[in-house]
Design a protein around this ligand. Structure first.
Ligand SMILES: [Fe+2]
Length: 237
């Protein structure tokens, strides 16, 4: 640790205690179903690393989108296989990360959704432009009795602070990617994540890990004490 890091109160993530008791609300751990972890061996290895870091709860959130049209039953079957092979202490749960697209409209109409904790549905958008029906879809989800958990809002380039304020007015819940705060998507996303965090807009955190190597890289990144405190004080869902 350099002098600057000591003076600014920065430590590597794995020495902050933040991962101790951690709930990873967003991770592509279920193997071979999307662009995340591909093999059962890698999934079990990652769970071992997470366990050693103190992680207590994991929500597997595989992609569901037009390009990756995972069916609900198919994911449930794979999840049961993962659960039967994993012998550790982390509590495993299954939800999904839904892209707001026409497949999502179909699943929503058919009430065919894998929900996150307390009836939340984790949704994402392209990072470049908003889906044409962005807000109306979020409203439709809520009208059907769900809560909306927006994945990594800091990554959406088309949203400005006034837009985030409007989404919070609509009672949309926000999920922060820890990797955004650590600068792994670049400085602009990091800055936005810090602003949203300071505004108290986030409800929960996830890592959005797609690779074992990415988790290891994340654990070595430096993070400030003030930010660790803000993340650990998020209200939850
Ligand atoms: Fe994701």
């Amino acid at each position: 640790m350099g002098l600057f890091d000591i003076l600014s109160g920065k430590k590597a993530l794995n020495r902050t205690g933040l991962l101790n008791g951690f709930c990873d609300n967003h991770i592509h751990l279920l193997p071979g179903v999307d662009d995340g972890i591909q093999s059962m061996d890698d999934a079990l290895e990652l769970l071992g690393i997470m366990e050693a870091a103190g992680v207590k709860t994991v929500w597997c959130t595989p992609h569901i989108m037009e390009d990756i049209p995972n069916k609900t039953d198919f994911l449930r079957t794979h999840f049961e296989k993962l659960k039967s092979l994993y012998k550790g202490d982390i509590q495993l749960n299954l939800a999904a990360e839904y892209m707001i697209d026409s497949l999502f409209q179909e699943r929503l109409e058919n009430d065919d959704l894998l929900v996150h904790v307390n009836n939340h549905v984790l949704v994402e958008s392209s990072t470049i432009s908003a889906p044409y029906n962005f807000k109306s879809t979020l409203k439709e989800l809520m009208r059907k009795g769900h809560y909306v958990l927006l994945a990594h809002p800091e990554r959406y380039r088309f949203l400005e602070m006034k837009d985030y304020a409007e989404l919070k007015e609509m009672k949309i819940r926000f999920q922060l990617n820890l990797t955004s705060l650590l600068g792994l998507y670049g400085p602009a996303v990091k800055e936005k994540a810090e602003k949203l965090l300071s505004a108290g807009y986030y409800n929960v955190v996830g890592t959005d890990t797609h690779r074992v190597s990415r988790w290891r890289q994340m654990e070595e990144q430096k993070i400030g004490n003030k930010i660790v405190k803000q993340v650990s004080e998020m209200p939850g869902l």
